[in-house]
Design a protein around this ligand. Structure first.
Ligand code: ASP
Length: 343
């Protein structure tokens, strides 16, 4: 394999859109039209290949089927490239990056998601710098090994672990945040890698791909004054296997008996209930307050500092992989791809 080979997978998103003069809305371009807007791509001293989705997608239309499609392209082309760049809409990029981090086991090469807030054809676009630097990071090697063998998001001068990110801004170029984990690289004149924060990898293990998802899950965001019928309708969803509760502060919920009784009934019936915090920063500690301890006693599992994006994709992936709910619980409690801080 020649040094410096990167495969770009173009899925869609604002980066490859133009304004339709008739309607004023954004429409997708194909990748050839995008590369015309970035002549710098020809200046890379290594091989760049592209696989484009026939119909570029707005990322709101991306879910498990497309995650499987992207991950399968990576697996099929794994031996032929040093790294992969996924051009993807920003809206659900954090979900896709999280999902891929759980699907690609023993990953030893960079998979870098990027996109932009302004289309590539717009003069002030943030897309050019994002694509160019993402490619450079995807190809970066040291002593024959990839510097960042992880699924990441590169956006506005920062490289983040994908399963630690959240989209936080619909307007600003700084669209992503990784509140509970440091950036893996900061980009200025040089690309400064934060080597201590990057996951170690074992190059000798073969890449394994999980392609099973089970979406019998739900998210319940708590708010003061919740209606009992609302909780009943969520817990009454036919076939529900997992419920993520977004709780207050360090994992707290109302201690009212009607609420706890319903949660206890759910866990006793086999539904896995995972407690994650509504706060952007910090972790769930179920024993810190009485209101959290009662949830623990009702059979709820603490989700540590996991993001909603990582929690939903991890749960769907685990329910797809394991038949036994004890295996799902065990894996929710450990870091599979650097998504939680357990210490
Ligand atoms: N709606 C677009 C998408 O997520 C937004 C973007 O690309 O930034 O596909």
């Amino acid at each position: 394999m020649q040094q410096g080979t990167v495969l770009i997978i173009y899925t869609g998103g604002t980066i490859g859109m133009v304004i339709n003069p008739l309607t004023g809305s954004l429409l997708p371009l194909n990748f050839d039209q995008i590369s015309e807007q970035v002549p710098e791509l020809k200046k890379f001293g290594f091989r760049l290949d592209t696989i484009s989705f026939e119909k570029p997608l707005d990322s709101s239309d991306i879910g498990p089927d497309i995650w499987i499609k992207i991950a399968s392209i990576i697996k099929d082309n794994y031996d032929n490239y040093d790294g992969f760049v996924i051009l993807h809409g920003t809206d659900t990029m954090a979900y896709s990056a999280s999902a891929l981090s759980f699907m690609l086991k023993n990953l030893a090469k960079p998979v870098i998601f990027t996109g932009s807030q302004l289309p590539i054809g717009v003069l002030r676009t943030d897309g050019k710098e994002n694509i160019i630097t993402a490619i450079e990071i995807a190809a970066a090697r040291d002593k024959g090994k990839a510097i960042v063998p992880e699924v990441c998001i590169y956006f506005e001068n920062k490289l983040y672990r994908g399963n630690r990110t959240t989209k936080i801004n619909a307007e600003n170029f700084k669209a992503f945040q990784s509140a509970n984990y440091p950036a893996l690289a900061e980009v200025g004149i040089d690309i400064k890698y934060n080597r201590e924060a990057i996951l170690p990898t074992n190059n000798n293990l073969a890449l394994e791909l999980s392609t099973e998802f089970d979406n019998h899950i739900a998210i319940l965001k708590l708010f003061p004054g919740m209606n009992r019928a609302f909780i009943d309708s969520i817990l009454g969803i036919c076939g529900l296997k997992g419920l993520i509760i977004e709780t207050f502060g360090s994992g707290n919920a109302p201690a009212e008996e009607w609420f706890l009784k319903r949660i206890r009934k759910a866990t006793e019936s086999g539904i896995i209930v995972l407690d994650i915090t509504q706060c952007t920063t910090g972790s769930v500690i179920l024993g810190r307050y009485e209101t959290g301890r009662k949830l623990f006693e009702a059979g709820v599992i603490g989700g540590y500092d996991i993001t909603t994006e990582a929690a939903t994709t991890k749960m769907m992936c685990l329910f797809g992989k394991h038949q036994n709910s004890e295996d799902v619980k065990r894996d929710l409690n450990i870091s599979l791809a650097g998504e939680i801080t357990t210490l």
